[in-house]
Every structure is written in structure tokens, then in C-alpha cells.
Ligand binder design. Structure first.
Ligand code: SAM
Ligand code: SF4
Ligand code: SF4
Length: 365
């Protein structure tokens, strides 16, 4: 199958997909595809209580078998086709991406990809940091640009209770410093805030990372998946977080750096850096959402809250050419109308609960 691009900014004669004048694909709400998040494993060495609670992800949980996972060749192929159609940023995630054997090799392959105008893609990875101290140099050598490390508390007892595998926070902090020392950057630190669990750590986290090379970002606890028993009462709003930190250290808003950026940025008035808040629940950003996600087994999800993914692995393994893969991705993105976070508040708890949702550890953050 070959692809005949539609006129710039115009409807496709086949209805399959549309190209903006800037190149790439547009969905039904005129959002381009720019950011591809690739889950490289559904496994994790942590059992964070808000993501992979032990009661669900216990020893009998059926993780994917090796041959079900996309191979590095298959991931590279999807990324290459995506780059040819507007993707400018790749983020490796999981599960815990550093558990995937040979992840450096995948990073090196992705670092060699180019956009149609010859530019490198931005390569990022989100990790729990547990293997960073060991892996940092190899990740840097392979070509990793950006890193996001999840740190939910500085209090070691609470940190261990949250990861539920007794992993000490000091080893994650050492890993972050190791990544900085080898020159990976920028490095962002993500803290998911759950009321009654770690919201007491907000001020300590801000104080600890103010004036460091790292940008701390607070994420509103989301209703991803169905295993974490989410309730709106457990969400601490970004507004509250900014107010609490601002009471300690005056903050000023910073404009968004790029369209589609998920975090609202605030800088310390004394010039010692900035924080971000990701208001996935209280101040949604679906209108500029340019992200797609590839699950570990090669399903394309057009929203973190999509009820189902589109099977690209079958296409890859059927012997289809790149043009056929591109046509499939184009028509999936062209039909996209997701905006779950915008409609969340209009759903009753019963309707929300009845809606099937994908686990964060499967689809990646
Ligand atoms: N294991 C890696 C890590 O923890 O960074 C990468 C995968 S993890 C699913 C990606 C991000 O999703 C992490 O920053 C994690 O804190 C966040 N996350 C997981 N469950 C969440 C939830 N229910 N609400 C908000 N963020 C969540
Ligand atoms: Fe693992 Fe990351 Fe989920 Fe924690 S948030 S259980 S580290 S995938
Ligand atoms: Fe994007 Fe879906 Fe999240 Fe909205 S809810 S910002 S469309 S991933």
C-alpha cells in the first residue's frame, strides 16, 4: 500500500489522514503527532502502591513473554516511520525501562534516526532510578539526552513503603548524581503526590532540590488503570502545591517552553531554579496533546486513557513494508479524538469505574 498525502491542512480525499503545512500528521482536533512514548517492558522491580500494587502485581501476575515484546528492530522501525511523519521526541518508559536487557543498544539505534530535515530526535527516558548508578555512563555513551527520575519522597521509611520493595531513596539519589556527573541532562524529577500518603513531603522535596541542577515536577495523582483504587479525594491539586511552596519561597510563573508541554512552570523569585506542576486532573491539557504511546507488545494508544490500542506488531510481523506501517499509523492518528482528562469531571464515579483502562506500567507514563 502506498500513501498519497492529502493537500496541506486539507481533508484527505480518502479520509485516512491529513498533513499540516509544517509536515506530519493531524488528528481530528488538529493536534499534530510529535511525541512518541515507547514502553520497553511491562516488568518493574518496584511495586509502587499507586501504580503496581502488590495485591494485583504479585507473583502470579502474568507478565508478557519475551517473544510478545517488540524487538529492538521493531521499535526502531516504528520510530523511524514516526519520525518521517512528524515525531520529534522519543521517550522510553515502562514498567522499568532499565530492566530491559541491552537498553543501551536500543538507545544507540534510536539516536541514529533523523527527521526528514536531517535532525536528531530528542531522546528521553523515564526511570525509577534504581539502576542509574550502574547504567548512567552506558546511557550517555549510547546517546540519551534527557532523563526523568521518579522520586516520591525523601523520607526513607516512606519511600520504601511507597516502592514496597524496601528500596532505599539514597540509592536513587546517588543514581541521579551519577547521571548528572556523566553529562546527561536536563534531568527532571517526578513526584506523584497522593493525599494522605506523601503530600507531607512537598515542602521537603522543594527545599532539597531548589538550587540544584534538577527540575522537580509535581504530578497530580491520576486515575490510570483500575488497580490503584483512585479517588478524587486523594488528588492534591497543583494550585495547592504551588501555594504551599510559594509560602516558603516566592514563585513566579514561567511561560510554556513548547506547545504540548505537560508541566506548568514556576520559577523561584530568587533565581535558584524552577519547579513544574502537571495538572492532569485539575487543569487539563488535552487541547495541545501531541503524544502517542506504544505498549510493550506493540499496540499504539492515542491517549493514556484509551480503552484499546491498535496492533502494530501484527503489521510488523506480517512482512508489510514501511509504507503500510505508515498508512496504518496515519489513519489511526487521523481518526484520533481523545480528550479524556477534559471529560473526566463530567463522568460519574460509576461511569468512570465502568470504563476499561490500561495500566500505567503497561502503557508507560
Ligand atoms: N518505572 C519508571 C518510573 O517510575 O519512572 C517509568 C514508568 S512509570 C509508569 C512513569 C511515571 O508514571 C512515573 O513518574 C510514575 O510516578 C508515574 N505514575 C504512575 N502511576 C501514576 C498515577 N496513578 N498517577 C500519576 N502518575 C503516575
Ligand atoms: Fe514501577 Fe515506575 Fe510503576 Fe513505580 S511507577 S511501579 S517504578 S513502573
Ligand atoms: Fe492526552 Fe489523553 Fe492525557 Fe488528554 S487525557 S492529555 S488526550 S493522553
Amino acid at each position: 500500500m502506498s500513501i498519497t498525502p492529502a493537500p496541506a491542512d486539507g481533508p484527505s480525499p480518502t479520509g485516512a489522514f491529513r498533513l499540516p503545512s509544517s509536515g506530519g500528521l493531524l488528528d481530528t482536533l488538529d493536534r499534530p503527532l510529535r511525541d512518541l512514548r515507547i514502553s520497553v517492558t511491562d516488568r518493574c522491580n518496584f511495586r509502587c502502591v499507586y501504580c503496581m500494587p502488590r495485591a494485583v502485581f504479585g507473583k502470579d501476575y502474568a507478565f508478557l513473554e519475551k517473544d510478545e515484546l517488540l524487538s529492538f528492530e521493531e521499535i526502531e522501525r516504528i520510530a523511524r516511520v514516526a519520525a518521517a511523519h512528524g515525531v520529534r521526541k522519543l521517550r522510553l518508559t515502562g514498567g522499568e525501562p532499565l530492566l530491559r536487557r541491552g537498553i543501551e543498544e536500543l538507545i544507540a539505534r534510536l539516536a541514529a534516526l533523523r527527521t526528514p530535515d536531517g535532525k536528531r530526535l530528542e531522546l528521553a527516558l523515564t526511570t525509577n532510578g534504581s539502576a542509574l548508578a550502574v547504567k548512567a555512563q552506558a546511557l550517555k555513551d549510547a546517546g540519551l539526552d534527557r532523563l526523568t527520575v521518579s522520586v516520591d519522597s525523601l523520607d526513607d521509611e516512606l519511600f520504601q513503603r511507597m516502592n514496597d520493595v524496601r528500596f532505599p531513596v539514597s540509592r536513587v539519589l546517588d543514581g541521579i548524581d551519577a547521571a548528572h556527573a556523566v553529562g546527561i541532562g536536563p534531568i527532571k524529577l517526578n513526584m506523584v503526590v497522593k493525599r494522605g500518603l506523601n503530600d507531607g513531603e512537598i515542602e521537603a522535596m522543594a527545599t532539597r532540590f531548589k538550587g540544584t541542577p534538577y527540575t522537580l515536577r509535581f504530578i497530580e495523582y491520576m486515575d490510570v488503570g483500575t488497580s490503584n483504587g483512585w479517588s478524587l479525594d486523594e488528588v492534591v491539586s497543583s494550585a495547592e502545591i504551588v501555594k504551599r511552596i510559594g509560602a516558603l519561597f516566592p514563585l513566579e510563573p514561567v511561560g510554556a517552553a513548547a506547545t504540548g508541554e505537560t508541566a506548568q512552570r514556576w520559577r523561584y523569585a530568587d533565581g535558584t531554579g524552577e519547579i513544574g506542576v502537571i495538572s492532569s486532573v485539575t487543569n487539563t491539557f488535552c487541547g495541545t496533546c501531541n503524544r502517542a504511546r506504544i505498549s510493550t507488545e506493540g499496540r499504539l494508544f492515542t491517549c493514556l486513557f484509551a480503552t484499546e490500542g491498535h496492533d502494530l506488531r501484527s503489521i510488523l510481523r506480517s512482512g508489510a513494508g514501511d509504507d503500510e506501517l505508515a498508512a496504518a499509523m496515519s489513519s489511526i492518528w487521523g481518526a484520533r479524538d481523545d480528550r479524556y482528562s477534559e471529560i473526566r469531571s463530567s463522568l460519574t464515579p460509576e461511569l468512570r469505574a465502568a470504563r476499561p483502562r490500561i495500566e500505567m506500567s503497561y502503557i508507560g507514563g
